[in-house]
Ligand binder design. Structure first.
Ligand code: 3BY
Ligand code: FES
Ligand code: FE
Length: 417
């Protein structure tokens, strides 16, 4: 069956040239935005938050996604639940955006009252013949993967999340993210299309001239390139870099820490990449001097020299280091606005001022996010200019952008566009 927008969007998908950015309309058009929300934020798995967003029974956290709204909560048995934020009476939103503490979910409209597992407990004036049992709140498909909450709003979630689950459960185990604490959270609305936000995150071509704070600890990743396409200088640099990674990865793995790159980037529904990255300089953490910001390490970690386990998805990027983690998700708000939500995690017992300094913990990514927001806005304002035409990606530093937009086109096609 053809989708409503397929006839209009399909030629744009055809126009995309391999190795190049997308045609303007795929970033700017309202019909494409609606299709993107449907395909990439309803029919695919997306990262939406953390178990530690709701540490205690009764903690609830609302996440708005386009016209949908979901409630992440911890029930009376300390189990994580994810429910649609839609009353089964006449549809009213049960909870407002943000975080709250609840003993039951009471609809503000006519007081239908639900248990924290979603069961309808009380519905006034509905008569004796009314069967409450079939009016529980609708559950959302979700997985907690090492404390990271992934949801899929479709009735048939893609099954290939299994690889991500297996790989990240093992990699994240020592960090015990489920029992960490959100030390700080930030939200930025970037003035640009969500795909530009993701493309911007998939390269560090822009880092040396735009991210002085991040560059202290972050070493660019060179991947996805064809050595034959590089100049002799670039090839030498890439080879040295690869040799360093190979040696360090081998050493970490010999010590029992899975570190090699695992990726599912094209020819798949669930797009992800992980690798234990080398941290530059002092080598411990993404802080102003690359030393740890928290003296209490995450989970059962005893070492600060285990690099940065990075994880990318099509709506998120994460960095798990010995002392803290930085978890970022995006939600498209419109074709030209994207919400970027970042959380900084520390050990649950770490105390600000005693175990960590909040400014040292957060300043690198606060600055980096702000710089990236400016870059995405700058990029988007050029993409809407009639003079824009899709330019070529660097085969050296932008191979991941090519992978991302290739996956984007394939997934649009696979979903009928
Ligand atoms: O967060 C990331 O994955 C990094 C930071 C800079 C660019 N990107 C590769
Ligand atoms: Fe919720 Fe009526 S809409 S009780
Ligand atoms: Fe950046």
């Amino acid at each position: 069956m053809l989708n409503t927008f397929s006839s209009a969007i399909s030629p744009l998908l055809d126009q995309r040239m391999p190795g190049h950015a997308l045609p303007a309309g795929l970033y700017t058009r309202e019909d494409v935005f609606k299709a993107d929300l449907d395909v990439f934020f309803r029919r695919h798995w997306i990262y939406v938050g953390l178990e530690c967003d709701v540490p205690e029974p009764g903690d609830a956290h609302v996440i708005d996604l386009g016209s949908s709204s979901i409630i992440l909560l911890r029930d009376d048995d300390s189990q994580i639940r994810v429910l649609h934020n839609v009353c089964r009476h006449r549809g009213a939103r049960l909870l407002d955006s943000g975080t709250s503490i609840v003993s039951k979910l009471v609809c503000p409209y006519h007081q239908w009252t639900y248990e924290l597992d979603g069961e309808l407990a009380f519905a006034p004036h509905m008569g004796t013949g009314f069967d409450k049992t079939c009016k529980s709140l609708k559950p959302v498909h979700f997985r907690s993967i090492g404390g990271l909450i992934y949801v899929c709003l479709s009735d048939n979630p893609p099954e290939d999340i299994g690889t991500l689950e297996t790989v990240m459960r093992e990699r994240l185990a020592p960090y015990d993210i489920a029992n960490s604490k959100v030390a700080f959270q930030s939200e930025i609305i970037e003035k640009g299309n969500w795909k530009l936000t993701i493309e911007n995150n998939r390269e560090c071509y822009h880092c040396s001239s735009n991210h002085p704070e991040l560059c202290v600890s972050f070493i660019d990743l060179d991947f996805g390139f064809d050595p034959a396409s590089l100049s002799p200088e670039d090839r030498e640099e890439a080879e040295q870099h690869q040799a360093l990674y190979e040696a360090r990865t081998k050493a970490w793995e010999a010590e029992g820490y899975p570190s090699a790159a695992v990726e599912q980037l094209v020819d798949c529904a669930t797009n992800f990449r992980t690798q234990r990255l080398i941290i530059a300089g002092a080598g411990e953490s993404q802080t102003p001097d690359a030393t740890a910001a928290s003296s209490k390490l995450l989970g059962s970690m005893t070492r600060k020299d285990l690099g940065d386990v990075h994880l990318w998805g099509h709506n998120c990027w994460h960095h798990f280091m010995g002392d803290h983690a930085v978890c970022t998700m995006i939600i498209p708000l419109s074709a030209d606005e994207t919400l970027v939500r970042t959380k900084w995690l520390v050990h649950k017992d770490a105390v600000e001022g005693r175990d960590y300094d909040l400014d040292k913990l957060t300043s690198v990514w606060v600055a980096t996010n702000e710089q990236d927001a400016q870059l995405v806005a700058r990029s988007y304002s050029g993409v809407v200019d009639p003079a824009y035409e899709p330019g070529p990606y660097s085969p050296f530093t932008e191979g991941q952008l090519d992978n991302f937009v290739t996956w984007y086109i394939d997934r649009m096609r696979a979903n009928g566009y």
